[in-house]
Design a protein around this ligand. Sequence first.
Ligand code: FBP
Length: 415
Amino acid sequence: MQLQKTLLALCLHASVALQARGGTRGANALQAATLEPPTRASPTAPVFDQVCKETGITLSRFMIETAIANPELSELESIFSSIETATKTISNLVRRSSLTGLTGYLDDGNINIQGEEQKKLDVITNDVLKNALRFTGRMGVLASEEEDVPVEVEDESAARYQKEVLVEQTSGKYVAVFDPLDGSSNVDAGIPTGTIFGIFEDNNAECEVVEGSDVSDECLKATLQAGRNLVASGYVLYSSATHLFMTLGAGTYGFTYDEHIGEFVLSHPDVKIPARGKIYSTNEANRWEWDQPLQDYVTAIQKGEGESQTKYSARYIGSMVGDVHRTLLYGGIFGYAADTKNKAGKLRLLYEAAPMAFLVEQAGGIATTGRDRIMDIEPSNVHQRVPCILGSADDVNELKSYYAKTDKSADIYQG
Ligand code: FBP
């Protein structure tokens, strides 16, 4: 209850700030939320008694206040600052790519572990984010869509400064999982793309660098964690505006990049996904290869024969970040289901589905395979795929009701 009061207080202050900056969104956020019961203790939401009318609440200030309210999360401040710097750089690289020759594929036609030919921007954005996270000195392991195996980050600070103990660690190192440029198949056409990230705690001290050998089991264990263990996740959307949406487990917050001051500024406090929407978003070209329950559900909402008796409209960008962002704000349902070709769907559990599921759940929505909660799935492989369907609670529950009427053994995805 105290958390709700604090969040409401936060929204109130944020809405004051927004009104000062001419936005009205805050007012709508003052609704009670039905959050999934957290598996980790929720942090205390930051409170902003005063807001500078010119600056608003920047992401840096949001994280400073979060660290004051939750000292055990203080290291997330530098981690988010590194993500902010990296994604501002990526936003610039993507925006100017047609001018700087950064469109297209790598000259050597490198294929990543997904079997996809890597774009120039896939590799460059991966390096930008990887380096920014490494330089925080807080990371133990990094796992990326563009890295075949998790990258162990060696702590060279002692060697660099010839000092035994340098940085007092209030908690163990962290693990970052990320998709540096989601939807990169769209980037050369100027279609929205994004970066997706998730942060886990890595209390696994045995994760040591072993020169020339494969990734140690300890480091894999540190990386292969279920979504419910995430301490933070978010995405950055590179589109008509650059938005950063994030959660620390106490609601979902949206920031918009203000080029004038070079800061992400709070524009969507305490995001609440509408309980039901009128939009479905999926690659319908796969429809005939889907499970029957999914085909029946989509037919019903297309014909206006679903629970709401409303004819749904279709929207599909083909970049998960873009489709999830719209779904968070407008409501409805987004998904990349299993089909007879992709028996586990297409989206990757660790650095696409789980981080997005955390955000959606914290905004009052649901994320499922059709049967199971995405956040509870234990990954067994860094690049493992999972059917991912998420969105408004009423819409996703309606879809789940179609699966519930059938036996799991008939499903394409057997988990
Ligand atoms: P990457 O671009 O990071 O590989 O992500 C996969 C993705 O592009 C998602 O963003 C998107 O939802 C999906 O694949 C689109 O797949 P399809 O082209 O088969 O509809």
